[in-house]
Design a protein around this ligand. Structure first.
Ligand SMILES: Cc1cc2nc3c(=O)[nH]c(=O)nc-3n(C[C@H](O)[C@H](O)[C@H](O)COP(=O)(O)OP(=O)(O)OC[C@H]3O[C@@H](n4cnc5c(N)ncnc54)[C@H](O)[C@@H]3O)c2cc1C
Length: 315
């Protein structure tokens, strides 16, 4: 879509440059789809282009993975094959790396969108079906946010997204990066996703994580307007899980749009949560790994390869 209200495009990563009528421009897949009038009562006047930020897309250390806000979905998808993980250090063995491709694959998008969309743009658009919100919240990611006055603050990604299309950013604030801690990356994980149609937008996306200390963390996304996390130590029985979900998710928090009725999303949340509880309660290796579960037939990706819904190459 032409954004014919735009008077200037400024290459900057400095929140001090921001003024009323500006929008940060990352991959542009939302800005150029929705147009100038979709982001407030007044049309956008300037775009602050992050394209020349020069931030390393992904930084791996023994303690964490740092994703720059400008990291694209394509760059994130390539991480499990990256030489950065093959140095023999602990990062290469982090089980939760297995979540990256199922989450990216939940972003059912064309070649162009896949290669331009960014982690930051996904979080800041704050759609319930934001798959990188699911990934980063499910791994207890921390968002670093830069403010116009030179300030910097950190908050959990699970709290960054506050509703459908809503987040904790105040005017002019810039999401700089997301840090995924080794403590979460080294946990056993389980992934479940449902959509009303093959290649459809996520209607329910749950991530389970069993940490070394025996804490089970369940992160509900897509079904709800914002991420919801429940934590247990030790893992609960089925009734305890249902009670915790009852308490954490009031009916009005289930999302309602063309991708699923709230009643369906609620029912499927309980069903998938129980599957995850069951899987992570069993000894490791005694059940098929959740991330290799296949809810839909293999789908063709834009690069011509076939993958199932969890990103594994198919025939
Ligand atoms: C065909 C298609 C399919 C899609 N499917 C999905 C889907 O399944 N799930 C989903 O969630 N989305 C989907 N989207 C929406 C969108 O592509 C994604 O949310 C994408 O990740 C947005 O990233 P971007 O870099 O292109 O954002 P942009 O368009 O550049 O920006 C989006 C918004 O975020 C703000 N912003 C961007 N970066 C920052 C930053 N670092 N700090 C502060 N504000 C920032 C911008 O100002 C703007 O308001 C789809 C879009 C298309 C066109």
């Amino acid at each position: 879509m032409d954004m014919n209200t735009i008077e200037a495009v400024l290459r900057t990563t400095d929140p001090a440059d921001w003024r009323e009528g500006d929008a940060w421009l990352a991959g542009g897949t939302v800005l150029f789809s929705y147009g100038s009038y979709a982001f407030g009562p007044e049309p956008l006047r300037r775009l602050l282009d992050l394209g020349s930020a020069g931030w390393p897309a992904i930084t791996v250390t023994a303690d964490e993975i740092e994703l720059a806000a400008t990291c694209t979905v394509a760059e994130l998808y390539a991480l499990p094959d990256s030489p950065a993980l093959e140095s023999g250090g602990p990062a290469g063995r982090w089980p939760a790396l297995d979540l990256i491709r199922p989450c990216c694959d939940s972003f059912v998008a064309s070649f162009k969108v896949w290669n331009m969309s960014t982690v930051g743009g996904n979080l800041c658009t704050s759609l319930p079906a934001g798959p990188l919100i699911s990934l980063c919240a499910g791994l207890d990611g921390t968002a670093t946010v830069l403010g116009p006055g030179g300030s910097s603050r950190e908050l959990p990604v699970a709290d960054f997204v506050t509703g459908d299309g809503q987040n904790a950013l105040t005017p002019g604030e810039l999401l700089r990066s997301v840090h995924l801690p080794a403590s979460a990356l080294s946990a056993r994980v389980a992934f479940r996703r449902l959509s009303l149609s093959n290649l459809g937008r996520s209607g329910v996306l749950l991530i389970g994580r069993l940490d070394g200390g025996g804490q089970l963390t369940l992160t509900v996304t897509a079904a709800t307007k914002r991420p919801v996390q429940v934590r247990f130590r030790p893992a609960p029985e089925a009734a305890g899980l249902r009670e915790a979900l009852d308490a954490a998710i009031p009916d009005h928090l289930y999302h309602d749009d063309i991708h699923g009725l709230p009643e369906w999303r609620r029912d499927m949340t309980y069903r998938l949560a129980e599957e995850i509880r069951d899987e992570l309660s069993a000894p490791e290796g005694s059940l098929p790994r959740a991330v290799s579960g296949d809810f839909w037939p293999p789908e063709k990706r834009a690069d011509g390869t076939a993958r199932n819904s969890n990103g594994q190459k198919g025939a």
